[in-house]
Design a protein around this ligand. Sequence first.
Ligand code: ATP
Length: 320
Amino acid sequence: MDQHVIELEKLTKVYGDYTAVDQLSLMIRRGEIFGLLGPNGAGKSTTILMMMGLTEPTSGTVRVCGYDSTRNPLSVKQRVGYLPDDVGFYEELSGLENLLYTARLNKMSREMAVERATALLRRVGLEEASGKKAGTYSRGMRQRLGLADVLIKQPEVIILDEPTLGIDPEGVREFLQLIQELSRDEQITVLLSSHHLHQVQQICDRVGLFVGGRLLAVGTVSQLSQQLFAEEPFLIELHVQPGSTALYKKLLELPEVSRIERVDANRWRLSCTANIAPALTQLIVSSGEQLHSLTEKQYGLDEIYHRYFAGRDSDVRKMA
Ligand SMILES: Nc1ncnc2c1ncn2[C@@H]1O[C@H](COP(=O)(O)OP(=O)(O)OP(=O)(O)O)[C@@H](O)[C@H]1O
């Protein structure tokens, strides 16, 4: 049976007459990597604060690791590690000393702290830099030290808020891989709040789409895409030259084409009710245009997010 580590039931937070989180119900399993997605002000941070017992819900309940975060915030804090987008360290202390300091705050014996901190520094790839001052660390190194700092108290849940901001692509790749390994090897439950859709898609088992304090949809990327694009399950990307308006109109007139999104002047993304690749090829060639490529694509979080929240004006929709 699935064991739920995070249980939110009709969780609501009202500030004055503004409802920041509205009747939110959500269950997250042990070892799951869950992505929180949504535009600014959607209520993600408020939800995280309530989970960690840092702000009280107006109504509803929040349980983390079996404890009510409102009534037992200390028990929850012992089991949850929070990594913000920029961790504050003692800049004059080395990476190792910073971890030992956190271990002492968590009442760990010196011997145990040294053992654990050394192992964690190795795990996050900072073994060689462990004696250097934290103030000299690069952004990626700081976030890895932050992760080690969060892990020192052996949390069951880690909450990451935009953890890869400002890290170079290779650093991001390593960081995300580390998160996945931790979740897999140590059954740590991970909550990742981020606007980086590719990163979320890459590592999250499930995602929740927040808007206006509500959870609009929750599921795996493929479940969300099935729900959202059930009537136009085929996505075809064309690269055409010259890509005239006349061709664009002809394509839009095909009954199987529901919408066309321009990726750029010559790359068009068609949402279709059937796989009409041969018909498209024929139409393009007979219109005297060059077809450089035709690719059948999967809907990803980009399309899902775009469909829910953003830039609807850039879509060309057919009038029913
Ligand atoms: N202490 C507060 N008092 C009043 N309103 C608040 C308070 N904290 C948050 N809000 C409001 O609640 C809404 C949700 O904010 P929240 O920070 O949870 O959103 P978010 O999804 O985390 O956004 P972001 O992606 O920008 O971090 C916002 O409209 C915000 O202005």
